[in-house]
Design a protein around this ligand. Sequence first.
Ligand SMILES: NC(=O)C1=CN([C@@H]2O[C@H](COP(=O)(O)OP(=O)(O)OC[C@H]3O[C@@H](n4cnc5c(N)ncnc54)[C@H](O)[C@@H]3O)[C@@H](O)[C@H]2O)[C@@H](O)CC1
Ligand SMILES: Nc1ncnc2c1ncn2[C@@H]1O[C@H](COP(=O)(O)OP(=O)(O)O)[C@@H](O)[C@H]1O
Ligand SMILES: [Mg+2]
Length: 289
Amino acid sequence: MKPIFIDKSEIIKRYKPINKYTHKGIQGHALLIGGSYGKIGSVCLSAKAALKTGCGLVTAFIPKCGYEIVQISVPEVMVLTDKEEEFISNINFQILPQAIGIGPGIGQEFSTQNAFQKFLKSNKIPLVIDADALNILSLHKSWMTLLKPKTVLTPHPKELERLIGKWNSDEEKMDKTIAFSLQYDLIVFMKGAPTYIIDGHTIYQNTTGNAALATAGSGDVLTGMITSLLAQSYEPLNAAIIGVYLHGLTADIALPETGYQSFIASTIIDTIGKTYLSLENNIERQELL
Ligand SMILES: NC(=O)C1=CN([C@@H]2O[C@H](COP(=O)(O)OP(=O)(O)OC[C@H]3O[C@@H](n4cnc5c(N)ncnc54)[C@H](O)[C@@H]3O)[C@@H](O)[C@H]2O)[C@@H](O)CC1
Ligand SMILES: Nc1ncnc2c1ncn2[C@@H]1O[C@H](COP(=O)(O)OP(=O)(O)O)[C@@H](O)[C@H]1O
Ligand SMILES: [Mg+2]
């Protein structure tokens, strides 16, 4: 099956410019759930990336030990804490976000696994699942049936292997991912160079990004970006497609200034602004033609 290339024209078709009269209350509220002792940085990255991708409000749900870390490193983000110090044990919140991203740095403590299952049983909000939340699903494959249709899963190759089993060729990897997406009606990433997005039988291939993205936390940033777009009321497939394209484009734009080596996950976040501007310039130029 031939992939659809995620390029400028695909993005322009899907992108919604900001309404002049919007306000933070209708610009989308994203909730990022994750972090554990030593991995609070992953939530700082996801939450900051969500804000910089344009949603109006961001809340982070983290274990207690991360409270000051998140409040100080990203003051724009609101913070809710679990009753446990070092890991999440009960996902309980009174807010009404439009999208949730779960998994970065969350770990695989037994009580975190239980909290995740309880959360999946009651959650009705559009969801992005990443990192250790994917690994927990791999440990409990029967929980896959708790996922709502079009939930977005963002595994890297090792996480994908834990979810669908080993493959012997790229073709088999693709076939198994398509079968998995169809079985549970999910949007499944195959992160890498390039990243593919699988939505049933339809394959999308990203055209942006480079090896600068091979750095700690770059996936955590991607999760925040997709969750932000979901919160801004993009359909899950469009949030996935625009998110992966913008994420890759930050690396293409920043590379001449940073080189491959000094590009880090925070550089992605710092470059989101220029990336949006380049997209808007393209739209304006097209409108003039
Ligand atoms: N600052 C932070 O707090 C950070 C926290 N992180 C969190 O740390 C936890 C563990 O994540 P990891 O992804 O490191 O652990 P995993 O054990 O899931 O993945 C690491 C393994 O996957 C392989 N792998 C990764 N990308 C690959 C690729 N493109 N091709 C082939 N093999 C690949 C690696 O070689 C390694 O063997 C997650 O919860 C994650 O969110 C990381 O994102 C790093 C930054
Ligand atoms: N060589 C590469 N070329 C393009 N993109 C890459 C490359 N290496 C990694 N990436 C991208 O970087 C991200 C890494 O995600 P992930 O492995 O989850 O990182 P982390 O868990 O550390 O945040 C993915 O979006 C992946 O596609
Ligand atoms: Mg990751």
